[in-house]
Structure formats: C-alpha cells, structure tokens
Ligand binder design. Structure first.
Ligand code: AMP
Length: 398
C-alpha cells in the first residue's frame, strides 16, 4: 500500500492527516486519490465504512485554492450524511484557508444565507435545499471545479434525481465529477452517462460482503410475538450500543416506549419525520453515550459513521438485501466485533433467503432459551420459503 505522501497530496493536506488517526490509505483511497489528482472523473461502486469520504475529500482539498466562489459541491441524500462529510472536510482543510459550508433542509434559511454570503469554497448539501438557494439566486455554481454525487442510488430512492439533474445543469461542463452509488439501476446508469466524461471505474470494498467481524443470527418467531421476542432479546443481550432497525417510521415510534420501559435502556428514535434538531440530538447523544439504543429506519443505515455499535437488531428482515448489508455496516466497523440479529417471521422467509444469497452466507437460526414460543413452522428444522413473489427491486420503504 503506498503511503499518503506517495499519493501526491499537497503539504497542508498531509499535515491535516496527522490530525486524524489514519496511518495509511485504505484501498479505495489508494485507488481514487491519484485519479482525482490526475483530473479524471470517477464512477465508484460505493460501500460505506471504506474511507470513501477521504478518498474524494483529501485530493479535492489538496487541489483547491481559496477563491470567492463555490469550487466544490458535494451532494448527499440525507442531512446527517451531509453534516458528517462537512465535519471531515473541515478536518482535511484545517491547514488551508478554505471555507466549507453545510446546506440542508429542516432548518431556517437565514443562517445558510449568511454562510453563503461568506463566500464558501466547498458546499456540502442535500439536493432540495441546494436547489432552493439556486432558484432564489443565492448561489452561483458557474465556477465549480469538482462535483461529488454521493450515495446516488439513495438519492434516487428519495426522489431527488430531478433536483440532482437541475443542479448538475448549473455546473460548468469543464468540471470534474465523482459519482458514487452502491447499485447501478438503469436510471442511475443513464445519469452517470450524462454527467460523467470517460470516468475511471473504481470498485470500493467487496460489494456484497459485510465485515467479517460480524456474527449474524436469525431469530424465527410467530408474528404475534415479534415485539415480545425483540424486548427479550434486548434484555438478554450484553450491549454497550445498539441500533434497532424498523421498516417504517411508525414501527420506530411504537417501539420507542416499549424499549424505554426496559431496565438500563436509554433509547432515541431516528427517522425522517422527526424534526432536524431532534435528529441531530439523537445522533450526537448516541455518539456520546447519552443514548445507548437508536431505533431507526433506513435513513440512518447508510454511510453514517457511528463507531463502536456492538449490536444491530433488525426488527424485520429488510426487503432489499443491500439494506441488510448497509444496516449491519454500523457494527463490526474497523475490525471491531459486532453482532447482527434479525427477527424472522414466516412472511419474510423469501427476504431472508435473498439476504443469505446476497451475502453468500447461511445465517444461523437461533432460539431464545425459555422464551414462551407459540408454534410456528419456522421453528422447525428446515422450513420452506413461502411461494411469494419478491418485491420489485428499487421499491423501498423508509
Ligand atoms: P467513510 O467510508 O468515509 O464513512 O469512513 C469510515 C471511517 O473510516 C471514518 O471513521 C473515517 O474517519 C475512517 N477512515 C477513513 N480513512 C481512514 C484511514 N486511511 N485509516 C483509518 N481510518 C480511516
């Protein structure tokens, strides 16, 4: 693996790296940094937790010189991801007089307008609010040199694609574009063909493989006992921090008081109907251990750099196997051990098989000792999947 010095980054960025705990580049950084420094576009199959942010952030900061116009735009699907990328960009630009600004929805305009008037060099944004500012004439993208489109498939899921296209349209053609997406359905391929020029393809991580340090288990149960089993599982698990993923916002809201009633739990919920200040509080509180459990929909599953999660529990089997990998990407990060438990009911057997197929691994079925199980065929040794049509891919709920 080459060292950061050997990759061609400038001195201020190399000094900034000494302020992080990075010792050597991750494989994606070793691949991407020279390509970005060489002025080429990138199309990356992105996997979270691989150091992707630094893979684009370090070389971009290295290339930028202070100016009075936005030179780099990074689009992120969620506010949390945007805030996380802003934090990292601030670290990378510590020794350069560059102005990094965060723009996302859910908060007032006044503060953002002040920040824009302060002439940012780098703007990290969610697409909707960025477009608002463009339409109001607050922002001018005509001098943009770098455009980063991150987690594009998630932006597509969230209906941001038209906004993203309109933002790209306002950037100069001569820009350099870095495009990251975990999956490449046709709509995204079309966008990539349109937005990129002779991109270098970079594969980040193994694609389908969750961290090897994660232990997986399915807990089969009858549908009526899903909540009881979850509560019992939480009670019996020695966790220091846990994420519980639900399929819907309503499920997350319903579970919150049930989990709260258990001894020793300090839970918070995280989903898109919760107001931004509370979402930030939930995440911050989870990081500093005010909360030891987060109950979240998939909005929290992608990319968020929450380290040291000891347990992930899926309240339901995700409908898309990629979501399983993203969810359990919260645990077992940076070689730390983690456990991923998934509650499994009969109607989800096909989804469970799809997950096993996707990660190319058979997941152990476990029973909780002395739990008052009601009969379900799932508890037998070799249950057969229900003959149910798999949902069409791309159809996700948040
Ligand atoms: P990301 O994939 O960008 O979300 O990064 C995942 C985590 O890896 C973050 O906590 C980064 O700070 C960390 N990280 C990124 N690059 C390195 C590196 N070269 N060495 C160690 N940790 C890193």
């Amino acid at each position: 693996m080459p060292s950061f010095e050997e990759l061609g980054l400038d001195r201020p960025v190399l000094m900034a790296i000494t302020r992080t705990n990075y010792v050597e580049p991750t494989p994606i950084q070793a691949q991407a940094i020279p390509v970005v420094l060489d002025g080429k576009d990138i199309i990356g199959a992105s996997q979270t937790g691989t150091g992707k942010t630094a893979a684009f952030g370090l070389p971009i900061i290295s290339e930028l010189k202070p100016s009075n116009r936005p030179q780099c735009i990074v689009l992120e699907p969620t506010r949390e991801l945007a805030a996380q990328v802003e934090d990292q960009m601030n670290v990378f630009s510590y020794y350069k007089p560059l102005n990094v600004v965060l723009i996302h929805g859910g908060v007032g305009y006044a503060h953002q307008i002040d920040a824009i008037e302060n002439k940012p060099d780098v703007v990290i944004a969610t697409p909707g609010r960025m477009l608002d500012h463009l339409e109001k004439g607050n922002l001018d993208l005509s001098e943009v040199k770098f455009l980063v489109l991150d987690e594009v498939d998630r932006m597509l899921d969230m209906g941001f694609l038209p906004d993203v296209k309109r933002i790209i349209d306002q950037c100069p053609k001569s820009r350099q574009t870095l495009f990251f997406s975990a999956t490449m359905p046709p709509a995204i391929q079309t966008l990539a063909n349109w937005a990129l020029q002779e991109p270098v393809a970079i594969e980040i991580g193994e694609g389908h493989s969750p961290a090897e340090t994660v232990t997986h288990a399915f807990y089969p149960v009858g549908m009526d006992q899903r909540d009881d089993l979850l509560l019992e599982l939480v009670k019996r698990t020695e966790y220091s921090s846990m994420m519980i993923f639900t399929r819907t916002k309503k499920e997350a809201d319903t579970l919150l008081p049930l989990i709260e009633a258990l001894p020793g739990t300090r839970p918070a919920a995280l989903h898109s109907d919760i107001k931004q200040s509370d979402r930030t509080k939930a995440l911050q509180g989870f990081r500093d251990d005010t909360f030891n459990i987060i109950i979240a929909t998939d909005i929290a599953a992608r990319g968020l750099d929450i380290s040291g999660v000891t347990h992930v529990i899926n309240y339901r089997v995700p409908e898309n196997p990629e979501d399983y990998v993203h969810r359990i990407g919260r645990t077992g990060r940076a070689q730390k051990e983690g456990d991923a438990f998934t509650i499994l009911t009969a109607d989800e057997l096909d989804n469970a098989c799809a997950v096993e197929h996707f990660i190319d691994q058979k997941i152990e079925r476990r029973k909780l000792e002395d739990f008052p199980y009601q009969y379900t065929a799932l508890l037998e040794e070799n249950p057969q999947p229900l003959r149910k049509k798999r949902p069409a891919s791309g159809k996700r709920r948040h």
